[in-house]
Design a binder for this molecule. Structure first.
Ligand code: GCW
Length: 693
């Protein structure tokens, strides 16, 4: 086996089989006239070579001037240096685009059928080229092509929780880190492949190291994440390694960011404080920023986890989070850099859901312009399902980004199939009422510089990048939804399936259905489906698990008792519900109007409490746990029926995982229903619980 033979994921570029399509594509794309400009145009040429060769079955001719006497050609360049582009696209159209936008247009020029890709910037042309190749991969007609597009969200960043030097990945289920800090600045082939995958989805930023940048050695810390030394990347001697990676990402339009330790002035520098209001500290960050930009002129900026799970922060100096973040913002500002400051702060409050809002909402308007508050989608922690964080819609004077977890920490890790796209769609469509009715989460993340998305990566050394082949969708889908959060989960899944497994409509349909139905199944067997969460086993290594069932470890997350289950988050309890806006506080606070799927998140209810259809809480929990397992069995069957239509290697790998997922889902079901029964003492109406020994 060739070690460098990594999976192309959705960039398979399978030969177009429909003869009419193929000849229409060949007519316009076998000759490509690509302008000679910055590094991104090199990537464009490279991608056209690979992509068109695969799709058209012939290597394209690349030209530096307009090819003559051909049927037609593809032109990638700017108006000011390509006549065919001026012919096809008005100046005003391009001028109106942002720096990542582009135009794709079919045109007739001097008797030839052409397609042009143009933009204001080389990055725009790169994103446009990937868009065109996607259309060809999907078999879309291009004779009347006319696309004017720009990303809706400006910040589309992938966050690696990779631990430099050790090579491990926190919550990574696809092998070791792809970044080899020992050998950098030497570049691995794989870095280029990765940058290319990211750019093809529209991602434009990458944080290369874990937000946990040091081993926390204070109380509550744990050994499981010992040895993290990510803070060291800021040391001068390591910057050339970061700079080398940045050259790769730059060619693909992706800016490089670092997670930094709040106490860097002490750890990396030799100050005896990191107090953000001290002049020395301010000067230190400025010097460090200047040094960084001298080496990496397009450096993206910093990501910071502060005062959270043992990482240091401004609280160490009695400063608030805005004071904490702004000193970094001021240092990066002259260079157009950005600070992503995480809102994942908890621990003081008995109900951790309450804390982020209490901490950050009062600081609205206090953050520097180039600071973005990075908020996890829900108030707890990437659970299979959570309500949307109350901070969305509550911070109108602050740039916000939504942090999503692409890696499946709580949703079956590298083994279970779980597409997160339907979950993200649910989050993005939630109406926060922040600016009156119709303020969906996605409306809050678009149009403004500094707003957008951060996704925790699921990538590792595994040959297929993501461990589970079906988990490639979560990476692809993150990029696509960040680019345009109005795209639907199903639409993105379908296009992914066609690019990944070929255009056979029945394969696309089956794979799409499997992906779409995978998340509801996981919710059912891992939570019982009516608002419970966090019942995963943790064990000794507190932060290294979350896979097996372990409900007995977490009564505080489920409120389980003999009289019932759930947590009261209404005014009679922690009152988290009141942090919402518009109709939500009242709707969530009343069990009659609270959506059933979140019922036990907001309410502690008797086991025999009746739901809308007359079923009791305990019976619904049993039913859902059993249905979740049946659903996974059905997914396994559907996958198995694809044998012979999907390549054997991937088919077998996924089939093996489905076998294991069924076993694990049964464990989950058995563990949860027994646990519920132990407290409720109510047997299942259908005779399945108590379980036979
Ligand atoms: O979900 C928790 C994870 C930690 C993670 C933390 C965070 C990087 O279990 O592994 O640490 O969230 O988001 O900071």
């Amino acid at each position: 086996m060739v070690v460098t033979d990594y999976d192309d994921c959705w960039l398979q570029y399978d030969r177009v089989d429909d003869p009419d399509r193929l000849s229409a594509y060949r007519r316009r794309c076998l000759h490509a006239y690509v302008s000679e400009e910055g590094p991104e145009l090199r990537a464009v040429r490279q991608e056209l070579r690979v992509g068109l060769d695969g799709l058209l079955g012939r290597e394209p001719h690349l030209w530096q001037h307009p090819p003559r006497s051909q049927d037609g050609f593809l032109a990638v360049g700017r108006r000011d240096n390509m006549e065919v582009v001026r012919h096809a696209v008005d100046a005003a159209e391009v001028d109106g685009l942002d720096e990542e936008g582009y135009v794709l247009r079919a045109t007739e020029w001097e008797g030839q059928d052409c397609v042009v890709v143009t933009a204001n910037t080389d990055r725009g042309m790169l994103f446009g080229t990937f868009h065109l190749l996607r259309l060809l991969s999907l078999g879309e007609p291009i004779a009347d092509l006319d696309v004017v597009e720009e990303p809706r969200a400006k910040e589309r960043v992938i966050d690696h929780w990779d631990n430099p030097f050790r090579g491990s990945v926190e919550r990574g289920y696809a092998g070791q880190s792809i970044f080899d800090w020992e050998t950098l600045p030497d570049l691995r082939e794989r870095y280029w492949d990765y940058a290319r995958l990211l750019a093809s989805t529209g991602i434009n930023g990458v944080v290369v190291n874990n937000v946990n940048t040091e081993k926390p050695d204070r109380e509550g810390a744990n050994d499981a994440i010992a040895g993290m030394e990510g803070w060291q990347l800021l040391e001068s001697e390591n910057l050339e390694k970061v700079a080398a990676l940045a050259t790769v990402f730059r060619r693909y339009g992706v800016r490089t960011f670092l997670s930094v330790n709040y106490a860097a002035p002490m750890l990396v520098g030799d100050l005896d404080t990191a107090d953000p209001l001290e002049d020395d500290v301010e000067a230190w960050w400025k010097r460090k920023a200047d040094e960084l930009y001298e080496r990496i002129p397009d450096f993206g900026g910093f990501l910071v986890k502060a005062d959270s799970e043992g990482q240091r922060g401004p609280y160490d100096y009695d400063r608030d989070h805005a004071e904490g973040a702004n000193v970094l913002g001021r240092a990066l500002e002259p260079h157009d850099g950005r600070v992503f400051w995480r809102a994942f702060v908890y621990s003081e409050h008995e109900d951790r859901a309450v804390q982020a809002y209490e901490t950050f909402e009062p600081l609205d308007g206090e953050f520097h312009d180039n600071v973005t508050l990075q908020i996890k989608n829900g108030p707890i922690d990437f659970q299979p399902r959570e309500p949307v964080s109350t901070l969305f819609g509550a911070m109108p004077e602050t740039n916000v980004a939504c942090e999503l977890q692409i890696t499946q920490e709580y949703t079956g890790q590298g083994v279970h199939a779980c597409s997160h796209l339907p979950q993200w769609e649910e989050v993005l469509e939630f109406d926060t009422h922040g600016d009156g009715e119709g303020t969906e989460v996605r409306d809050l993340l678009v149009d403004r510089a500094g707003e957008g998305f951060a996704g925790v990566a699921n990538v590792g050394e595994d040959r297929n990048w993501t461990g589970h082949d079906l988990a490639q969708l979560n990476l692809y889908g993150f990029g696509r939804l960040a680019w345009d959060p109005t795209l639907g989960s199903e639409e993105v899944t379908r296009e992914w399936a066609a690019q990944t497994f070929g255009r056979n409509p029945s394969v696309v349909e089956t794979v799409t259905r499997i992906q779409e139905e995978s998340w509801p199944a996981v919710i059912d067997y891992e939570t019982g489906g009516i608002g419970l969460m966090h019942m995963m086993y943790n064990g000794e290594a507190r932060l290294e698990n979350h896979y097996d069932p372990g409900p007995e470890e977490w009564p505080e997350y489920t409120g389980i008792a003999e009289d019932g289950i759930g947590l009261d988050r209404t005014p009679s309890g922690s009152d988290y519900a009141s942090q919402y806006q518009g109709p939500w506080p009242a709707r969530y606070a009343d069990p009659e109007t609270c959506p059933e799927e979140l019922l036990l998140f907001f309410h502690h209810l008797p086991w025999e409490h009746e739901l809308d259809d007359g079923t009791t809480v305990i019976q619904r929990l049993y039913d859902n746990c059993f249905e979740g397992v049946e659903a996974v069995r059905a997914l396994r069957e559907r996958w198995s029926a694809l044998a012979g239509t999907v390549d054997e290697r991937r088919h077998r790998r996924v089939a093996e995982r489905f076998d294991e997922q069924v076993v694990q889902a049964e464990r989950w079901r058995d563990s949860l229903v027994s646990y519920f029964y132990e407290y409720a003492g109510v047997p299942d109406e259908r005779g399945r619980v108590p379980l036979d020994d």
